[in-house]
Design a protein around this ligand. Structure first.
Ligand code: E4P
Length: 217
């Protein structure tokens, strides 16, 4: 399973990228708003720091304008993925951009039927939002399971990108459900390593090592 960061916080992204296990990045207009950095500069910085796919969203409402925006966005860097909304206009734009060999990510997916549409339109990624479904009292991870099962019946190449991740458990459950990618906010990513028994065990090992008087030569 690939790990993407879901963020536009450049300093935090740089710091977490030092782990060497970040495969890509997702952004959205709300995250761009939070960054308070000119769009061109921000996308340039993000795409030079993260070598893998970087999703950047269109904001137009009709497919023609989405395609124009998508083409412009795709020219900003080699590793850009054009993010499109799960609407009929977004699906039309996805189909055409895919035919131009531009990578796409259909976002705001909340049902299996929507995921099938994205796959039919040749999307590179489909982004089911599991946290927002959980917020609405619907089992978000169940949607990943359903999409995985449906895609397994056909030859769809669309990758399942688990989005709207709120907890460590969302990451584990997405992996169990067979998501191809999980996009994780920095705070949740940082917490993935935490376990109190690891801390406790390490403390004991260090203390016993000190007592042993041994040296690594
Ligand atoms: C995914 O690409 C989106 O940017 C993101 O996961 C949305 O998450 P949220 O529901 O926490 O805003």
């Amino acid at each position: 399973m690939d790990f993407f960061l879901d963020s536009t916080d450049f300093e935090e992204i740089k710091r977490l990228n030092q782990t060497g296990i970040i495969d890509g990045l997702t952004t959205n207009p709300s995250l761009i708003y939070k960054a308070k950095t000119p769009f061109d500069q921000l996308i340039n910085n993000l795409c030079s720091e993260i070598k893998g796919p970087v999703s950047v969203e269109t904001v137009a409402e009709n497919s023609e304008q989405m395609i124009n925006e998508g083409i412009k966005i795709s020219k900003m860097a080699k590793n850009i993925v054009v993010k499109l909304p799960m609407t009929w206009e977004g699906i039309k734009a996805c189909k055409q951009l895919s035919e131009m060999s531009i990578k796409t990510n259909v976002t705001l997916c909340f049902s299996s039927s929507q995921a099938i549409l994205a796959a039919k339109a040749g999307a590179t990624y489909i982004s089911p939002f599991i946290g927002r479904l959980d917020d609405a009292n619907v089992d978000g991870v169940q949607l990943i399971r359903e999409i995985k099962l449906i895609f397994s019946h056909y030859n769809y190449e669309t990758k399942i990108l688990a989005a709207s991740i709120r907890t460590k458990n969302h990451v584990t459950q997405s992996a169990l459900a067979g998501a191809d990618v999980v996009t994780i906010p920095p705070k949740v990513f940082s917490s993935l390593v935490d376990h109190n028994l690891t801390d406790k065990g390490l403390k004991i090992f260090n203390s016993d090592w000190q007592k042993s008087g041994q040296k690594i030569l």
